[in-house]
Design a protein around this ligand. Sequence first.
Ligand code: GLN
Length: 186
Amino acid sequence: MLAVQGDVEEHLRALERSGARATPVKTLAELEAVDALVVPGGESTTVIRLLERFGLTEPIRERVRAGMPFWGTCMGMIVAAHDVAGLEQQTLGVLDVTVRRNAFGRQISSAEVALDIPALGEKPFPAVFIRAPWIERAGPGVEVLASHAGHGVFVRQGNVVGTSFHPELTGDARVHRYFLDLVRAA
Ligand code: GLN
């Protein structure tokens, strides 16, 4: 779990509940010790700046390109994206999508939605959105696993997964299990 800023604790606990051994990553040595990386919700501008300062931007890019499973939730998906609509924002560029920040507007800036995610079974997923981004453009290699308000909110491109919402804030562990299956397969 990238632990430079954001809702790290909730995610660590949710990963542990789903059977993973989860540790915070703040340094290069800690990055080298993990099999997969999760980037939580938080503030993307701050995290992108901190990754540069801690010398983690390029090492994370290299590992993800070499196949390390990566999951970005909300801010984490913005950090992973190829680019951010309407903004000159530096990103990792490991997920071939354009994201729009704070995309759902004020009324539903914070909401829980029963989201259909066929890949996780029939029961809708309780998706918590907090000033969430959506997918504005998805490249040909990107699979859109769920949409809300006409835009992708759960995507996967090989070893890289992105969710606009926060599965760590619900009791439903299906997205965590989905990611951990991918980690085991890798
Ligand atoms: N709005 C935040 C950003 O653009 C993301 C919000 C979140 O991660 N909950 O960085």
